[in-house]
Design a protein around this ligand. Structure first.
Ligand SMILES: *Cc1c(COP(=O)(O)O)cnc(C)c1O
Length: 428
């Protein structure tokens, strides 16, 4: 059979293929270390002359099989799991940008990533320029410096729900010899495969939709295997010149464009920094991935139904959901997301802060949490939680007004979510 399995089938089956008489379900290899018959055969692994397992800080079979599934879903050449989304983003950037370097990022990104770039990586000597995601190609190009190493953005930004113009960012990056790194956490490969639109590296917080059940923190990095590091050896010396910590291996020579980036991130960064995902968590992540295609469909349908209800409600001033035809990002969602959306919707309560807080206290099905992308619907008022240190002026500046409520629609029956919101709004 020559047919390439569809994404749905890959969600269920990619990554782990049992041999004759082997377990149908992916085994959890809960072992830190691996046994060898001779020092010589182990030595070949240390020299990276052969692939195999030495120690689970470097690689683990269960984690590798789950990474292989995500790699297949994103259409990449190689992938690795990390202990969290934050670790994945840090490794993805630090793998090619160090002290004295510069990166460019869309300003509309996850708050944790913003802090990582603006505060922590700055302390490590990596400068960041944040650009308006709606900037022109010329403005984006003007942000590039001689020491710029990459351009970064999110497919659907958390929490602003901006759908990024992936092609614009990819084109400017490639015209200037830079890789384009995309956080695809909110879209997931079910709704968008950024590699098809020019992304070179894709990162995920698997904590969100991929796990989908709020069971395990995790991250993943996928390399498209297309960016030609060897065309810019002075810009990317870590990939194109000998690594002293591995007997002078040159990653691009030994592992090719398809393997160099992930091998370096594994053998250097994971070896030295060690933010691994545990095999047990990887197993739970794989259970989540097996239903990702079904869940994303339902998350999107529920978000759209809830957004349509809120849009027509007299106590609601505005609604953001890219599946609504009047949304600013509707057209872009048609292009990049197949017209779909994720489960997250934000909206404004007309009477402002106090009314928003009051409404949330009456909810029964939608639960107050700082989380998104769970099978269970959760809801948050950023002004009194994640952004509570800001005053109303500052909140307006970052686009998160005091009236804003963010709901992450789960996979329950949409009518139950709507009825819950309806009764809560009736009481304010
Ligand atoms: C949650 C999130 C992260 C951080 O991931 P953790 O798994 O919490 O470390 C990064 N990017 C996006 C878009 C997120 O939603």
């Amino acid at each position: 059979m020559n047919r390439k399995p569809s994404l749905d089938t890959q969600c269920v089956q990619a990554g782990y293929t049992p041999g004759n008489g082997q377990p149908r379900q992916m085994p959890i290899i809960q072992s830190t270390t691996f046994k060898y018959d001779t020092l010589e055969s182990m030595g070949r692994l240390f020299d990276l002359k052969e692939s195999g397992y030495l120690y689970s800080r470097l690689q683990n079979p269960t984690c590798d099989q789950v990474a292989a599934k995500i790699c297949a879903l994103e259409g990449g050449s190689a992938a690795m799991l990390t202990g969290s989304g934050q670790a994945a983003i840090f490794y993805a950037v630090f793998n090619i940008a160090g002290c004295g370097d510069h990166i460019i990022s869309s300003a509309s990104i996850y708050g944790g990533t913003y802090n990582l770039f603006a505060i922590t990586m700055k302390r490590m000597g990596v400068e960041v320029t944040f650009v308006d995601p709606e900037c022109t190609p010329e403005e984006l190009k003007q942000a590039i410096r001689p020491n710029t190493k990459l351009i970064y953005g999110e497919t659907i930004a958390n929490p602003a729900l901006v759908v990024l113009d992936l092609e614009k960012f990819a084109t400017v990056a490639h015209e200037n010899g830079l890789p384009f790194v995309v956080d695809n956490t909110f879209a997931t490969p079910v709704n968008c495969q950024p590699i098809q639109w020019g992304a070179d590296i894709v990162v995920h917080s698997t904590t969100k939709y991929m796990d989908g059940h709020a069971a395990g923190l995790g991250g993943c990095i996928v390399d498209a295997g297309r960016f030609d590091w060897t065309g810019y050896p002075e810009r990317f010396p870590g990939l194109c010149t000998p690594d002293e910590s591995y007997h002078g291996v040159v990653y691009t020579q030994q592992f090719g464009l398809g393997g160099a980036y992930i091998t370096k991130a594994t053998t250097q960064l994971m070896r030295d920094l060690g933010s691994v995902q545990s095999p047990h968590t990887a197993f739970l992540l794989n259970l989540g991935l097996e239903s990702l295609h079904l869940r994303m469909k339902r998350h999107g349908e529920n978000a759209k139904a809830v957004a349509e209800f809120l849009k027509n409600h007299p106590k609601i001033s505005w609604v953001r959901c890219c599946a609504l035809p009047e949304d600013d990002y509707y057209q872009r969602a048609q292009t990049y997301l197949g017209g779909n959306c994720c489960g997250v919707v934000s909206f404004g309560v007309k009477d402002g802060r106090e009314a928003a807080i009051q409404m949330m206290q009456y909810l029964k099905v939608c639960v107050i949490e700082t989380h998104v992308a769970d099978a269970r619907t959760c809801i948050l008022h950023p002004a009194s939680t994640t952004h509570r240190q800001m005053n109303d002026e500052q909140l307006k500046e970052v686009g998160i007004g005091p009236e804003l409520v963010r709901i992450s629609c789960g996979i329950e029956d949409a009518q139950d979510l709507i009825a819950d919101l309806e009764q809560a709004l009736a009481q304010i």
